[in-house]
Ligand binder design. Structure first.
Ligand SMILES: Cc1ncc(COP(=O)(O)O)c(C=O)c1O
Length: 370
């Protein structure tokens, strides 16, 4: 629609509009000029594994270079972690709403996705009692993502300690998707199961990437740390299906991993978070918990369902998303993509002008509903 000249405001794509740090660009260009675009070992260049191990150490995890690997983005890391952990018929738990790939990645290896229902009224924290009640003899792993896509919640120490206890008791694996770890806006620290329960080291695999932290979404560079035997198995899979993560991106990643994350990135996203939350006050009949991490607002549009807009009755959030695109030139992602109906997700990585104008359009829409 933009190509047709339409002024679409897109709150859909999960990527920052901030540029990749120039030192990363320069490292990639230098690697190209030095003709470094050759195959590497499947786990990544030795220098990359060293840089990953150092970055993990700086974040408080003790992973030697042989217990880490480079992957082609967190998505590939998650897939191989699941492939290395889950057998056919094994169940994998994860909080719902969830990032849409979780169900498909689990199904792809013959596993059974078991979403854990979480409520906005409980800040979308997974309730350990509910998790415990979902355990069966086939439960193999739990996958967690905090700060969370799509809800923007950040799991508390209490939640994580409760889950750690269940993981310990039932000998589960934790696949920790820490891709938004550098985007917590409140005073609370970033935590995951391993941070609150270091004794679970042999049961946790940490998946991260430079996609969100360095605006390197298209560079496809992620990194994983975990028990050495699991990492070795994942490297064997990677060797057969990918070969190695993109070599030029690996050279750029060394520069990214070894430099501190620019704090102005988080500050800029935080300013937009506050702006969108303020602007949304003008939109009628929606509710949402104020996000504290990542870069999404996940709102209930329960009270819009069944009402009509310019003669069209809104029967689902998927249909709502179509109407918003067509009539208001607003792109949002419907809750169905995250396993829950009657919600939409807005990404606030767009300019402040787009946030103001886009939310004005949403407010107009809400006023016109009858
Ligand atoms: C929760 C979550 N995990 C993983 C990914 C994939 O990240 P990558 O681009 O590093 O593959 C995303 C991307 O949006 C995400 O939101």
């Amino acid at each position: 629609m933009r190509a047709e000249g339409k002024d679409v405001i897109a709150f859909a794509a999960g990527e920052p509009d901030i540029g990749t740090p120039s030192l990363v660009d320069e490292a990639a260009i230098a690697a190209i000029h030095a003709s470094k675009g050759r195959y590497t070992s499947a786990a990544g260049l030795p220098e990359v594994r060293k840089a990953i191990s150092e970055r993990f150490r700086a974040d408080g995890y003790d992973y030697a270079p042989d217990s880490v690997m480079a992957v082609a983005g967190a998505k590939a890391g998650l897939y191989m972690a699941i492939y290395g952990t889950v057998n056919e018929g094994d169940e994998v738990l994860f909080p719902s709403p969830f990032w849409g790939s979780y169900t498909e990645l689990v199904r792809a290896v013959g596993g059974i996705p078991r979403p854990i229902p979480c409520e906005a009224s409980a800040d979308y924290q997974p309730d350990p009692a509910r998790v415990a009640a979902m355990i069966t003899p086939r439960t193999r792993a739990i996958m967690l993502n905090s700060p969370n896509n799509p809800t923007g919640t950040v799991y508390s120490r209490k939640t994580l300690e409760g889950i750690a206890e269940i993981v310990r008791r039932h000998q589960l694996m934790v696949i920790s998707d820490d891709i938004y770890d550098c985007l917590v806006y409140s005073d609370e620290p970033f935590l995951n199961v391993l941070k609150v329960a270091p004794d679970l080291r042999s049961q946790c695999v940490i998946v991260n990437s430079l996609s969100k932290s360095h605006s390197m979404t298209g560079w496809r560079f992620g990194f994983v740390g975990g028990p050495k035997d699991l990492i070795q198995a994942m490297i064997r899979v990677q060797s057969q299906v990918i070969g190695n993560p993109h070599t030029i991106s690996q050279h750029a990643a060394i520069a990214a991993l070894r430099s501190p994350i620019d704090p102005t990135r988080r500050a800029s996203l935080d300013a937009r978070r506050k702006l969108i939350v303020n602007e949304l006050a003008a939109v009628k009949d929606i509710t949402f918990p104020v996000p504290r991490g990542a870069f999404y607002v996940f709102m209930s549009v329960e009270r819009w369902i069944g009402r009509s807009f310019r003669g069209q009755t809104i029967t689902s959030s998927a249909e709502l998303a179509n109407i918003l695109l067509k009539d208001m030139l607003l792109a949002v992602v419907p809750g169905e993509a995250f396993g829950v109906e009657r919600h939409i997700r807005l990404t606030y990585t767009v300019s402040e002008d787009h946030i103001r104008r886009g939310i004005q359009r949403l407010a107009e829409f809400s006023r016109e509903l009858c």
